[in-house]
Ligand binder design. Sequence first.
Ligand code: UFG
Length: 331
Amino acid sequence: MRILCTGGAGYVGSACLRWLLAHGHEAFAFDNLSEGNRAAVPDYAQRLIVGELIDTDLVIDTLRTRSIDAVMHFAALASVPDSISDPSNYYRVNVLGTYSLLEAMRAAGVKKLVFSSTAATYGFHGPEAMPLQETAAKNPETPYGTTKRAGEWMIADYARAYGWGYAIFRYFNAAGADPDGNHGEHRRHESHLIPLTLAVAVGKRPALKIFGDDYPTRDGTCVRDYVHTSDLAQAHQRAVERLEPGYGEAFNLGSGEGATVKEVHAACERAVGRSIPVEYAPRRPGDPAVLVADPAKAIRELGWTPCFSDIATIVRTAWQWHSRHPDGYPD
Ligand code: UFG
């Protein structure tokens, strides 16, 4: 298939794009490079379209001239804390950007869509509700979550009315790097646990700040479900290959296992082979205590077989990337 990846120069989008190229598909990236990197896209001179998603005409032109069969929509702002301090940006990029893309797909007659959503659409559930199934109540507590939930609604409505096929993936904590060590996480503004921990290990930051050690969890720090980008990519491939008009499902993508912040920090120390300094800080707004996926639906219905999402593999691959590329991608 010929697939357009919005946000295809970003962390998860580019991992999926590279995976698609390695698995018999043709793929293009549409990215404004606000967080993405050219060098994350193989053959970027041919494969990367730099533009704003809100520019509907440019998206229509891209879909038509590249004869696109399906879209994977990764482009979004994705930091919980930033979304709380600047919701305006999140509504513009995540909601209006998605609306513009859907309009462009409608104009160009593209009817297959895989959408990157998030565990943040579920909001806060107690530890007794874990692991979360797709049917769990969705009460997003942050603008990141509300804007992604809005995208899910738009897509379901468009698909119903215009005869599209779609899959919505609710990622838990996307993590890790390509197993070859050549591609990984590099944002202009980083807020995620593993890259910040490894930034301390390469001497770019003085210490990891642990946000809150008084949560009702086994060691007082938040529990998250980390899922490797190569496993996310495999799920995207399996979904896009089965999309038909009238098919529309949402899936959790997670390992089904939770790790605490302290456990992730310890796994990073093991991978790096030395201690990584920490300091303790107050809780971060918008953080649920525990968030763990039940991934059974994706395994059952898509034949998804995650292979890289144990925490040791995630941290080992992330460390290969960060240690070899302490400054990330070239500018
Ligand atoms: N954390 C720290 N110190 C840091 C960074 C993070 O202690 O410097 C903690 C956070 O407080 C949290 C855990 O590490 O408890 C994971 O934080 P991340 O920022 O790495 O990831 P989030 O859990 O905030 O974000 C993820 C996904 C989102 C999803 C969200 C739901 O990236 O897509 O979970 O809460 F929406």
